[in-house]
Design a protein around this ligand. Structure first.
Ligand SMILES: Cc1cc2nc3c(=O)[nH]c(=O)nc-3n(C[C@H](O)[C@H](O)[C@H](O)COP(=O)(O)O)c2cc1C
Length: 437
């Protein structure tokens, strides 16, 4: 029996929704998504379930592509209607948790390398080695207009700029050697200057002298996450990332995207297993599959097609309200994320869907597969995907919070442990250690 174990990450947004746009409308109870206690409770539940990572997605603008303003998105509570700063939340969760990895999104297009290097080095120290950064190039003009630009950089230019951003930030995290800190209080020697280095980076997009003003963190540098899935995006992800998130609506797509990631990583001479492919899933746990399906249908019934179209417009950077919402979908254009929109296009065409219908589907789960069953049925399905090599693990996306994670941790995790495909307990102290186990 291989001793390979799957990795589990939890997907969150510090706001009213996640991939499920029904989340804040949970009929069972209010969702206090502006309170720290809420995220602390969620993190405790996930740590109890031995998850590798709690992850917060992020974007830097309200969605105002659809209809040319933010009316629909704000009224209906779409993905961008509220997003608190995830790195601040992780700083607090570093105090209320002790083993689970702490990951958040930051943009290489709108953030500065020196600031980001400081944020994640600080988080890595405060969490004793559990920091992770999801590298995005951002998506749309709404974000660009918050940073003094009229429009978003082109897709591939964003990635070119991101390559240099990564080269620079890795140099900054490497500007203190291991052992640079001396801390000899008696002789008053704080650190060894010979082990701290200027980096003098001068490139096409950035210039930075360094060194970083924070010693090397417990992990050396945070774990790098990415979700690039277009050809350009996947090349970027395979060069830099240790974890690659991906949305694959079908089993065949899971197999192909995981294999493509491994092939690309091999092209960069990455060590086998050093680049984990985590597939997003939205579980609905029931005492029977029928009950689980009813749960899913009740959640989906709360999703208005407009809220999905608002998020789809933000992701594609296209105002879809200018199109006939009840006509069959032609090819959806995008200057935002390419892979997700290409997938939405294909699903709509294959199923002769209208824009309103694909909008509703997008609002239900952003194309993340909704997996329904008893704890054992869901565990068997995930174990089969994992043991067949179609994934190295999963990004668990909640329909409702904290309910969905509690049901998964109390029901599915014990079944995954019984099948010996998931850890019984944390063996490592750092996130990178979890990923290697
Ligand atoms: C699980 C997951 C999390 C993501 N988180 C973010 C995020 O926080 N912010 C963002 O702008 N994009 C996020 N994305 C979208 C990706 O950044 C985008 O789809 C990806 O980079 C693909 O781009 P490409 O197809 O243009 O290469 C996420 C995607 C996935 C699958």
């Amino acid at each position: 029996m291989s001793d390979r174990l799957m990795n589990l990450a939890a997907f969150l947004i510090a706001g009213p929704v996640a991939h499920s746009h029904a989340l804040w409308r949970n009929p069972a109870h209010e969702v206090p998504f502006l309170s720290l206690d809420y995220y602390a409770e969620v993190a405790r539940t996930l740590e109890r379930g031995k998850f590798d990572l709690i992850f917060f997605a992020d974007r830097l603008a309200v969605a105002d592509r659809f209809g040319g303003d933010f009316g629909v998105g704000i009224r209906s509570g779409d993905q961008d209607s509220t997003r608190m700063d995830p790195v601040l939340i992780l700083g607090a969760l570093a105090a209320t948790t002790s083993r689970i990895g702490l990951g958040a999104t930051r943009s290489t297009t709108y953030d500065q390398p020196y600031n980001l290097a400081r944020e994640f080095a600080t988080l890595d120290h405060l969490s004793k080695g559990r920091a992770a950064w999801n590298v995005v190039t951002s998506m749309n003009d709404s974000e660009a207009m918050n940073f003094g630009l009229e429009s978003h950089l082109s897709h591939d230019q964003r990635y070119d700029r991101a390559e240099e951003f990564m080269e620079l930030i890795f140099k900054l995290w490497g500007s203190w050697d291991d052992g640079a800190l001396v801390l000899d209080r008696a002789r008053g020697i704080y650190a060894d200057p010979a082990k701290v280095h200027y980096i003098d980076h001068a490139g096409t997009y950035f210039k930075s002298r360094g060194p970083l003003n924070i010693p090397r963190g417990p992990q050396g540098r945070p774990v790098i996450i990415q979700a690039g899935a277009s050809d350009r995006g996947r090349a970027f992800a395979a060069r830099w990332a240790e974890v690659i998130f991906n949305i694959s609506p079908t089993r065949e797509h899971m197999r192909k995207s995981t294999q493509a990631i491994r092939d690309e990583a091999a092209r960069f001479k990455r060590e086998d297993g050093s680049c984990k492919s985590l597939i997003a899933i939205m579980p609905f746990v029931g005492r029977s599959r029928e009950e689980a399906i009813e749960k899913r249908d009740r959640a989906n019934a709360l999703v208005d097609p407009m809220v999905g179209l608002s998020t789809l417009s933000a992701h594609s950077n296209v105002d879809l309200s200018t199109l006939d919402l009840d006509a069959p979908v032609e090819t959806l254009q995008s200057s935002g994320t390419q892979s997700l929109i290409a997938m939405a296009s294909r699903i709509a065409k294959d199923n002769a869907m209208t824009l309103r219908q694909i909008g509703k589907k997008y609002g239900e789960s952003v194309l993340v597969p909704q997996v329904c069953g008893t704890p054992r049925q869901i565990a068997d399905e995930l174990a089969d995907i994992f043991t067949s090599g179609d994934a190295d693990g999963f990004v668990v996306s909640p329909a409702f919070l904290p309910d969905s994670f509690a049901e998964f941790v109390d029901g599915v995790v014990p079944e995954l442990q019984r099948l010996n495909v998931f850890r019984q307990d944390y063996g490592a102290a750092t996130l990178r250690g979890h990923l290697q186990n």
